[in-house]
Design a protein around this ligand. Structure first.
Ligand code: GDP
Ligand code: FE
Ligand code: FE
Length: 205
């Protein structure tokens, strides 16, 4: 297991300890420990897939930075940062990634677009995802604190081939949303079309 004790690539104007301290203030204890586990899982997946480890650490730690912000904070940020007004029709599950990335940029000083995209797309995925985006999408889903039917298969597929994990998560999440009558965010459908049919034969069983 590789761990990162500090940063040297100037991707964030904070030490790792300073970033962790900010997250401890922004998040409740369960969520704080979740982001630490996502960071470690992302670092491990990054190492296996030739992805920059500092980017994996920062994106893993920051992916849920905005999770506990108020709806009013998100609505104000959508205006302040000129995001699509349609976003106002959604809610925290969508906002904390898409709008949260802007808060990470402006409040934590992360300007690397690959890291910001990994945060933006960590909940819904996207039709096109860099390896870092795939790593964070999967780390959030399979971190060791996750316990749901299918998580072991998700872990096995992800370790076999990152894209298989992406396809599996995308299919299972859409099934879950449909079962519960939840509104489907458009990017979720685009992610499904781009990843699931392509790998359908390899993610079952
Ligand atoms: P977490 O922040 O670590 O709890 O995990 P995520 O960011 O992956 O997911 C947050 C929530 O968003 C979960 O309950 C998902 O089921 C939900 N979610 C994912 N995609 C969609 C979508 O297209 N529409 C809606 N309404 N919810 C979604
Ligand atoms: Fe999240
Ligand atoms: Fe998360």
């Amino acid at each position: 297991m590789t761990s990162i004790s500090d940063y040297s690539e100037q991707l964030i104007p904070l030490t790792r300890d300073e970033l962790v301290a900010k997250l401890k203030i922004a998040l409740d204890s369960n969520r704080f420990h979740h982001v630490l586990r996502v960071e470690q899982t992302a670092i491990d997946l990054a190492k296996a897939n030739g992805v920059d480890l500092e980017k994996a650490s920062i994106a893993g730690l920051c992916h849920d930075y905005a999770k506990q912000r108020s709806d009013a904070d998100f609505l104000a940020a959508i205006d302040r940062y000129g995001l699509a007004p349609d976003l106002k029709n959604w809610a925290n599950p969508i906002w904390h990634g898409v709008v949260g990335a802007e808060l990470v940029k402006h409040e934590l000083g992360v300007w690397d677009e690959d890291i910001l995209n990994a945060i933006r797309h960590h909940t819904t995925g996207d039709a096109t995802m860099s390896l870092l985006e795939q790593v964070v999408y999967m780390a959030d889903y399979i971190e060791p604190g996750r316990d749901f039917p299918g998580v072991e298969q998700a872990r096995q597929l992800t370790h076999k081939l990152l894209a298989l994990g992406v396809a599996y998560q995308t299919k299972r999440t859409l099934e879950y949303l449909l079962d519960h009558g939840s509104p489907i965010y458009p990017a979720t459908i685009l992610t499904y079309n781009a990843w699931v049919p392509k790998y359908e034969g390899e993610i079952n069983g």
